[in-house]
Design a protein around this ligand. Structure first.
Ligand code: NDP
Length: 237
């Protein structure tokens, strides 16, 4: 376990699921954690009380508010952009506005948040985006916009790693496979279909994803940048 004592960590989208596991991990490891939420105030307040972290309501789909919020927080040692939405369905039926909002939350927010955070980050800080193994393998229908949004993060971290590398700031994307959350319950109707694509046929836990995030945020990972890490039971293998 790495000590993050004295480190400032911001997790965008931390009230539930993988984000909440990341909040718990950094708080347990001694960091000063701030996280955002949108629609789950009760979960957010309970998690803040449990972990001693601070919950702030902020829509990742609101670009200017997000940039202003990050600027107001002062220097961050670690930024994790976890907020993301799924949006599954027949592309012929999906409203264009819903697709644009998905792209705002899943692509625009990680970019603008990373740049806003980097303005004030100390040298050697960490930016970690939560992507998806669907960036590398999309074996089902109805998820083209989602997989496109997660594939965009692979290119994004390569570019931002170059932009901020001189300051020792690393930028990476963690790509979970099926992970047990409200978005993708381990006992959901598609579980057998998803497990068929996997070498290890079970959903990951949020804590397993948080463990990789903590590694990438820790001192042993200072030379890792511009990289995408699948943590997916072999879903994309
Ligand atoms: P959940 O739907 O269970 O939780 C999503 C979290 O993101 C919630 O805390 C939610 O907050 C927050 N969030 C969503 N939209 C916004 C927004 N506009 N502004 C601020 N916060 C927001 O999802 P998961 O935990 O499963 O997923 C987390 C990330 O991992 C996502 O990026 C997802 O794409 C990715 N992922 C998940 C996989 C899985 O199998 N679960 C697989 C691969 C990738 P609130 O409820 O307060 O709105």
């Amino acid at each position: 376990m790495t000590s993050f004592h004295g480190k400032s960590v911001l997790v965008l989208g931390g009230s539930r699921g993988i984000g909440a596991a990341i909040v718990r991990r950094f708080a347990t490891d001694g960091a000063k954690v701030i996280f955002t939420y949108l629609s789950s105030p009760d979960d957010a307040q309970a998690l803040a009380a449990e972990t001693g972290s601070r919950a702030l309501r902020a829509d990742s789909g609101d670009r200017d508010a997000l940039i202003a919020l990050i600027a107001s927080l002062g220097p961050l040692d670690v930024l994790v952009v976890n907020s993301g939405i799924l949006g599954a369905g027949d592309p012929l039926d999906m409203p264009p506005d819903a697709i644009d909002r998905l792209f705002r939350i899943n692509i625009h927010a990680p970019y603008h948040a990373a740049v806003a955070a980097a303005r004030n980050m100390p040298d050697g800080s960490r930016i970690i985006l939560i992507g998806s193994a669907n960036a590398d393998r999309m074996p089902m229908t109805g998820l083209a916009a989602y997989s496109a949004s997660k594939a965009a993060l692979k290119g994004m971290v390569k570019g931002l790693a170059r932009d901020f590398g001189a300051r020792g700031i690393t930028v990476n994307v963690v790509q979970p496979g099926p992970t047990d959350t409200d978005m993708n319950p381990a006992d959901g109707p598609l579980k057998d279909v998803m497990h068929d694509f996997m070498a290890i046929k079970r959903h990951a836990t949020g804590a397993e994803i948080a463990g990789l995030v903590a590694y990438l945020a820790g001192p042993e990972a200072g030379i890792i940048t511009g990289a995408a890490y699948n943590i997916d039971g072999g879903f994309a293998a």
